[in-house]
Design a binder for this molecule. Structure first.
Ligand code: NAG
Ligand code: NAG
Ligand code: NAG
Ligand code: NAG
Length: 280
């Protein structure tokens, strides 16, 4: 499977149109199905045995890692990692999940990984799409990232206070547009406090006026962040966006946003530069 570029771009275009299509409910998609698959995936991350996933996979499933379609048995999923932290978000409209996971305590293979898992109409897993950051990735330090993540509060947003998926996605997209659009920052619903965890760099000080705005792009003539794939969870107020980070070495990038009361509260990023040290 070496014709990565062509294959990947076809796949990514496919996923983008899937993400943008009007949400429709599948009779077979419920929390039980999504939890089972996300848990099976985490078990595989621990064991490194990809064959244990076979019962839940569609026959034509694809494994994508850092924006390349590869054989799963050569990927991070087969490395047998310690899981120090994981959180899964659920998107019923797309029958998909997003899982953030951190493997820090085995210093020989530290990883911070985002995974989007998509199911087909029969409920089988159609794709596992992973951004796997590690040594050399942008601002990478799994121990530090873990120390910040465990202090944050990602609880379920009470019914009646939830933002609509369109609003959550629009907030994430406006943020992702700031590199290529001079007015996009005006469309970001900046919240206070707001904290950004960029790799292992944390903008938060635990203060009531923590802001996510320091350090946002001032150059709006950069390449856009393309091939976006989304997982949106209204109960969590979150959107996971995977993309090609074109303005930094065409890196593989994961941005996750959480809104509270319509305002941006948390931003988490993972950016992997094809195994090379990430450089602006
Ligand atoms: C991997 O999982 C498969 C399916 O459950 C099992 O048959 C096989 O023995 C496992 N391999 C190892 C090395 O544990
Ligand atoms: C697998 O086949 C199904 C049914 O034809 C299709 O909907 C799905 O997109 C295919 N999956 C991939 C990853 O190509
Ligand atoms: C990660 O950060 C911690 C805490 O700042 C530091 O002690 C450690 O040396 C860092 N690890 C690496 C691999 O840079
Ligand atoms: C730039 O962002 C603004 C605010 O979101 C939006 O209204 C406008 O359509 C965007 N422009 C382009 C060219 O995408």
């Amino acid at each position: 499977m070496c014709s990565f570029n062509l294959k990947t771009s076809i796949l990514l275009v496919g996923l983008t149109s899937l993400a943008l299509a009007a949400p429709h409910k599948r009779a077979t998609c419920d929390r039980v199905l999504l939890v089972e698959a996300a848990d099976a995936y985490l078990d595989t991350i621990r064991s490194g045995n990809v064959s244990t996933l076979t019962p839940i996979l569609a026959s034509n499933w694809t494994y994508t890692e850092n924006n390349k379609v590869i054989d799963a048995t050569t990927g991070v999923i087969a490395k047998s990692l310690v899981i120090d932290h994981s959180r899964t978000n659920y998107d019923y409209a797309q029958c998909a999940t997003y899982t953030e996971l951190i493997s820090a305590s085995d210093a020989s293979k530290p990883f911070v990984i985002g995974s989007q898992i998509r199911h087909n109409d029969d409920g089988k897993v159609n794709s596992i799409d992973i951004i796997a950051s590690t040594t050399n990735s942008w601002l990478f330090n799994a121990t530090k990232t873990l120390s910040y993540v465990v202090q944050e509060r990602w609880d379920t947003i009470p019914e009646g206070k939830r933002d609509k998926r369109e609003a959550i996605q629009a907030a994430g997209d406006a943020y992702m547009d700031m590199w290529s659009n001079a007015t996009a920052h005006q469309a970001v619903p900046w919240g206070t406090p707001c904290t950004r965890l960029e790799g292992s760099a944390y903008t938060g000080k635990g203060a009531a006026d923590d802001s996510c705005q320091p350090g946002i792009p001032s150059n709006h003539n950069q390449k856009p962040n393309t091939h976006r794939r989304y997982v949106i969870d209204e109960e969590m107020g979150s959107v996971s966006i995977f993309c090609i980070w074109e303005h930094m070495m065409n890196a593989a990038d994961s941005h996750e946003f959480r809104l509270e009361d319509g305002k941006l509260r948390y931003v988490h990023t993972m950016t992997e530069c094809g195994g090379k040290p990430c450089k602006l």
